[in-house]
Structure formats: structure tokens, C-alpha cells
Ligand binder design. Sequence first.
Ligand code: ATP
Ligand code: LTN
Length: 327
Amino acid sequence: MVRVFSGIQPSGDLQLGNYLGALRRFAREQDDADSIFCIVDLHAITVPQDPVELRARTIQTANLYLASGIDPERATLFVQSHVAAHTELAWLMECTASFGELSRMTQFKEKSDRRDFVSGALFTYPALMAADILLYDTHRVPVGDDQRQHLELTRDVAMRFNSRYGDTFVVPEAAIPKAAARVMDLQTPTNKMSKSADSPQGTVSMLDEPKAIEKKFKRAVTDNDAEVHYDPETKPGVSNLLSILGACTDRDPEVVAGDYTQYGPLKADAAAAVIELLAPVQARFAELAADPDATAELLAISAERAREMAAPVLTRAHEAIGLLPRR
Ligand code: ATP
Ligand code: LTN
């Protein structure tokens, strides 16, 4: 059976890109694979987080996984910090990834650019991500386009470890979607939509009310040439609206473009499609949010399962690299 692993940071309110690029696909694909999904809280703390908010968002992120259709009977859904093997293997990954390799990561460059305090962990972030993935003998990692480079690094590190110390890890593959692999910010359509960006009008939260979604689409930045066609290079704003509408209705953005001659109706239809897509998720979320203890209990059961899966792989890696076996 194919093993799938992916993670989402509890670093803010999950946004439309997280749903289209990640969550919706997790749910659609969970029957074809043995799926493991993680709330990567240790990745979230690579930048400062408010402790009370972080705890609340961790449960909220779990509830959004569940509301998106992840079935805890079929998939394993747990919190990264509950399984100590992640940080233990991360050290081995830090020893295997090179400084030069880590220095080339564009996410680090982007995230460190905007801050006056840059933690060491923001730099070594991809080593922890490699550990997340390799701990479960993962074959496939469904992620948005922004994670392509981190997945390449994970593969390189796995192959280097295997060639230095003998076959230890499964070398995983990224699964990047065709549609909506990179949902862009509605106000700055040259930037990826992101839950931690300070762009409230450009970011559609998965929990936004219909009125707010309509307003954000109505005000979305387009351009002045008033022609509807799909060309992300020259028309990033319009192309983003076409991609979003296409992803919501399972059509190609080029095909969607053929239905429109004006921006107004395109914006209105994109908003309506997003509202319709999110409505059942929001309804289910409201039910789950009423009982946070039930979610915490389910995360505890899953973490136990994850610990059992991770332990033999960690031991395998420790032995391969020459650490004295624990008795
Ligand atoms: P942050 O702003 O804290 O970095 P994020 O919104 O980029 O957060 P992550 O938790 O880093 O989200 O990513 C979770 C998953 O969602 C990843 O698979 C990522 O590739 C995907 N994803 C994030 N943003 C987008 C987007 N705009 N379009 C498509 N997929 C996305
Ligand atoms: N780095 C990812 C989140 C993440 C992840 C993972 C994704 C951490 N560990 C393992 C897939 C598999 C991000 O920033 N989106």
C-alpha cells in the first residue's frame, strides 16, 4: 500500500490555498493510500507564536482537517510535537543536509527577509520536514507548489544518507496538483496566498463568512486591459481568479476563460464557487469546534499509532549511522 504523509502548520487561520492545494486532495485521496497527516506545530514555532493562540490553532487545524473529510478511522491525524521521534530524527537530518543546500531554500529567504528576529530553526526547518516524511517510509507527499524545493531537499538527503550508511529510507516523491498548486493573494497576485501573511483583504480564510468572501473577490486586483484570458505571467490577477474558479468547479482555467468577457461576472462567479465549496466544510467545522475535547482525544489515539510506526524507523537510522544501540 502506498504511504502518504503531509503536514500543515498551525500558524494562522487556514486559507483557500491550503484547502485547494492540500486539504481537499488529502480527503479525496485517502482511500487510495495509507495516509498520515500531521499538524506541524514545531514548524510553526520557527517564528514566534503566542502560546494561547498556538494551542487554539492546533485544535482548529485538526478540526479543519476533519471538516475537510479526513476520516480518523482510516487516516492517522496527529500533532508533530506529540511524537518525539520527529525531533530526534531531525538532528540526523541536520547532520546530513549541507549548509549550502539549506542556504538555497527560497522559503527561508522569503521568511527571514521580513523579520528582525530570525531563529536558527527557521534555517534548519527543512531538516525537520525531511524527518517528518522519512520517519514513516513515505512514498508520496501531497503539497502545494511552494513545497517543491523542500521535497527535492528531502529526496537528496534521503539518498545521501542511504549511500553513506546503507539503505535506510524510502525516497519519497512530491505530488503537486495540476489545478490550484499556487493560489495567489487577491490583493498582490504575484505573491502566494499565505495564512501568516499580513494581507487580510488578499487572503480568503477557510472560515470567512460568505459576505466577506464576496467582498474580497469584488475588490481583487486585476488589470486595466479588460480582457479575460489565462496568462499567469502577464495577467496574474485575472489568471488567479480563473484558476480558483477552475479548481472549485474541476475545469481548466483556459476553458473557464472562454465563458467571460468582463471581470465583474468572473469575480462574482469565483466568489460564489468558493462560498459553495467551503459551506459544507464550515458547517462541519462548527459542529467539531463545539467539542474540543473530542478532537484532543482523537489526536492522542493517533499520536500513539504514529509513535509505534516511527519507532522502528528511528532505530534503523540510529543503527545505520553508528549510534550505540539503546538497551
Ligand atoms: P505560512 O504562511 O505559515 O507559511 P501557509 O499558508 O503557506 O503558511 P503551510 O502550513 O505552510 O501554509 O502549508 C500547508 C500546505 O498548504 C502545504 O502543502 C502548502 O504547499 C499548501 N499551500 C499553502 N499555501 C498555498 C497556496 N497559496 N496555494 C496552494 N497550496 C498552498
Ligand atoms: N513545510 C511545509 C509544512 C510541512 C510539511 C511536512 C509538508 C512540514 N512537514 C511534511 C509535507 C510533509 C510548509 O511550510 N507548507
